[in-house]
Design a protein around this ligand. Sequence first.
Ligand code: NAP
Length: 532
Amino acid sequence: MAPDRSVDAVVVGAGFAGLYMLYRLRQLGLSAQVFETGTGVGGTWFWNRYPGARCDVESLQYSFSFSEELQQEWEWTERYPAQSEILRYLDHVADRFDLRRDISFDTRVTSAIYDDAAKVWRVETDGGTTITARFCIMATGALSAARQPDIRGLDSFAGKWFHTGRWPHETIDFTGQRVAVIGTGSSGIQTIPVVAKQAAHLTVFQRTPNFSIPAWNGKLDAAHQEAWKADYAAHRVSARDTRSGILYEYSQRAAFDVTAEEREAEFERRWARGGANFVHSFNDIFVDRAANDVAAEYVRQRIRALVTDPMVAARLSPTDHAIGTKRICVDTDYFQTYNRDNVTLVDVRATPIVEVTPSGIRTTEAEYALDSIIFATGYDAVTGALGRIDIRGRDGIALKEQWATGPRSYLGVAVAGFPNLFVITGPGSPSVLTNVVVAIEQHVAWTADCLAEIARRGAATIEATPDAQEQWVAHVNEVADRTLFPSTNSWYMGANIPGKSRVFLPYVGGFGNYSRICDEVVSDGYRGFRFE
Ligand code: NAP
């Protein structure tokens, strides 16, 4: 079929990644079309409107650095930004840089097929549009493909049900209702305390308890914001040199280099400061089980002190995984919520959910009458959004088939056999282990520079070589195997999706190291890539 239109680049997604990619494409003088499923910009932050939704990276760091004017003019109001504030920020970015005119909203890309003869990507949408582009850039997000578990009987439920990652736009008021939350990851842990205050009764269906550190969120001190902004560029440079792209206090000490009292004092200090900084209390928490155990036990001790009923405290205490190997949660009054009279915790590992009935949820032990069910059951992470698009490279090979035994990429941004395809924060890059805005800016900038290089060389395409890709995949796995991460059934490992291969998805070698490798690849004449 003849395409409706032809552009230099198609970008899929208008979240942080798609917006900045569009900005950079325009700077290169390239024509671009962005497709976005939502009716507005924001990506993950457009959809995650559930009560309590908030980022657990601090506002001043979870923001774009590419424009000095932007970072100076935007005023953050809280230490950790609420979803609504991030969305306002992204709306501001879209307006300020006049980005909307190249974005088609309410449009899902269904396929992207490479035409080897014409050397273009043929992209189709659910609206029936076909567009061709030399470059296809996937800015589809690592945590955007919401996962709804297949529970028998959900269709028969007479009440309403929601997924945290696909929250409706109208205000949902749970006042007076009997509400269930299924899932106790970051989303569940944020929404449970807020819903508990509204609902007549809240029943939490927990399969695996999680480690969570208090956020101690609050209004952002104006003087602090001003001082930070006075030195913004320097803060950004320092952040980019860290392991996770966030200015945490990364300890240089091992847990057993200090006395038990010093260890305890360090955990106390970090707990009092709040946030994910806690898992960096010592530099061996992610690699040494004994070091990890002492940090984990400190949190369990805190849970026991916060939760009045010892049985409930025990149920809320994680014992099946090393702290940090599932994404650490950051909360406001999470554990204390279980002291409320209107909150019940059900352990669905002990008494699994059998079905949803018209009036509620039935486990192997009891039936719970409900008006609403909230699924906080997570995502088909990192590869899920790509898997929902029919992406085919040279010779019609499907990305999904090529990745059936685990994703294979070069630097997490390019895939052998898929010329001129770029994946922003793809598998095999630091992505979800970092401040994702920092990771996005680095990938987008790298991609933009690469497009400029293609033009300079007068090349038609760039493609990762199979050898470079295999070496990178081996390196990603080798680095992961030096840590405790693969010991845990987490979404980092694809373990939350039935049938998904068990591979550690992100690159754990550290953001600073990773971006140095990317720069070296460039200074080495795009080592591992082939221009045609
Ligand atoms: P998640 O971490 O994958 O948690 C999903 C929860 O649902 C888990 O407790 C899981 O239990 C449970 N679950 C899944 N299927 C179930 C079933 N059939 N029956 C019972 N329980 C089930 O998902 P998430 O909480 O949405 O968070 C995903 C990631 O998004 C986070 O790790 C974080 O990176 C990001 N996020 C960040 C923030 C923030 O910045 N504060 C907020 C929200 C999300 P199991 O553990 O047993 O599988």
